[in-house]
Design a binder for this molecule. Structure first.
Ligand SMILES: Nc1ncnc2c1ncn2[C@@H]1O[C@H](COP(=O)(O)OP(=O)(O)O)[C@@H](O)[C@H]1O
Ligand SMILES: [Mg+2]
Length: 398
């Protein structure tokens, strides 16, 4: 059986589409929609080939949808991408130009949806015929998920998030995970994980590991969870001479060998961070809930839009979340023109876990902050969607 993937937060739309088609319908939330076609297709693994992607973007998510449609048209013309919108007049032309096969009105009836899906299916079949080779070579291998944690400012929780995401992934996923400390001068991942590295980023850059993946892998430090870690240089001076090209080489090797690469960065957009962003599939940006932090984040997001970087799924985390400062989550969303995906409260356990070198995801317990951090790692694990529309995840193999 073939499958349709719907990215939407509307259960009513999911219901109407389910009634309109005999195919399997897999539903994910908009923030879970990957930016890379092969990763979207991996969601349908187990349900037969994916024929159609229906994107119902959240407010402001249209550009992301268009970029994805463009990539599908180029890399997987055998998949139809459809846009759900209530602004068909305004967006229709640019949607079709971006590679969307059709539009579905937000309030469309089951019958209208059925007609649109049929039309898209015929167009797809035609495109597939002319594209005799079918999907491009290598389309079956799912590229590594490269998760980069960044923020304009320091002290907002990047290292906390990166270490918890990496350890969380190592716990949840049977596939291999590597964490890279790209805070070149003041990296503190080793301390946050209580590791004593034999080799660091500085040794990699100044030795044969840069051109040899096996040597590189041998220089990684193992954490008790099985996580591999490339720790930062021991002193700022040692890190001298680390160029963006080095970063590119290291990440290319790691992405070829690991299923997940998690990257912690220095504050701001250093040239090393920009080089990492060029390999990133998932960008997690963090800010504290105060005016200077949120403004800085808005500027960083604007700059990232202006730069011609590889498309990445973006996730926004508001750390030290607390509305008593007079700034609500809604205010933050208005300023940065994006949804906040996670508001993480301040909690004394976080500081304690940093000081002990044991990420909070390993503590367990019922605190909200622990639960949120555990959930955060699962953002990056491919979603399998239950037939009742609920979400499940590929967990550790039992
Ligand atoms: N939600 C939180 N509640 C309490 N303390 C936190 C929280 N998030 C981070 N911290 C603490 O703030 C400090 C800075 O965090 P860190 O992750 O090192 O930030 P960055 O890497 O952005 O500089 C650490 O001591 C960390 O334990
Ligand atoms: Mg840090």
């Amino acid at each position: 059986m073939s499958a349709i993937i719907l990215s939407s937060s509307s259960t009513d739309l999911a219901r109407r589409i389910r009634l309109a088609t005999a195919k399997d319908l897999l539903v994910i939330r908009p923030e879970q929609l990957p930016a890379v076609p092969a990763q979207v297709m991996a969601i349908a693994n187990g349900s037969g080939p994916m024929t159609t992607l229906v994107i119902d973007p959240d407010e402001g998510g249209e550009k992301y949808a268009f970029d994805l449609a463009r990539r599908f048209e180029k890399e997987h013309p055998d998949v139809s991408v459809l846009l759900v919108t209530d602004r068909a007049k305004e967006l229709g032309l640019s949607a079709l130009r971006s590679g969307m096969r059709d539009l579905i009105e937000e309030t469309a009836s089951v019958e209208d949806i059925r007609l649109t899906l049929d039309r898209a299916e015929r167009a797809r079949a035609a495109a597939f015929q002319s594209e005799k080779a079918g999907p491009r070579e290598g389309a079956d291998s799912v590229p590594a998920r490269v998760v980069t944690v960044a923020s304009p400012k320091g002290g907002v929780g990047k290292t906390t998030l990166a270490t918890n995401i990496a350890v969380g992934l190592a716990q949840q996923s049977s596939q291999e995970v590597v964490l890279v400390d790209l805070d070149i001068q003041f990296g503190d991942v080793a301390a946050a994980l209580n590791l004593e590295p034999q080799a660091t980023l500085a040794d990699v850059v100044h030795g044969p590991a840069l051109t040899d993946s096996m040597t590189l892998k041998a220089m990684l430090t193992r954490h008790e969870t099985g996580l591999h870690v490339l720790c930062g240089a021991k002193s700022p001076a040692e890190a001298d001479g680390m160029t963006p090209a080095h970063v590119g080489q290291i990440l290319t090797h790691l992405a070829a060998q690991f299923r997940y690469v998690v990257i912690d960065t220095a504050p701001g957009l250093s040239e090393q961070t920009l080089a990492a962003l060029d390999h990133t599939t998932d960008l997690v940006v963090v800010t504290s809930q105060d005016v200077p932090g949120v403004r800085g984040l808005r500027k960083e997001l604007e700059l990232l839009d202006a730069l011609d970087l590889a498309p990445a799924t973006r996730h926004v985390v508001l750390n030290f979340s607390d509305k008593s400062g007079g700034l609500s989550v809604r205010d933050v969303e208005k300023t940065i023109k994006r949804k906040v995906d996670l508001a993480l409260p301040r909690h004394k356990k976080v500081v304690r876990s940093t000081n002990q070198g044991v990420p909070l995801v390993l503590h367990g317990g019922r605190d909200r902050v622990v639960k949120e951090l555990q959930n955060l790692a699962s953002w990056f694990v491919p979603v399998t969607v239950r037939h009742d529309g609920g979400l499940a995840r590929h967990g550790k193999e039992r």
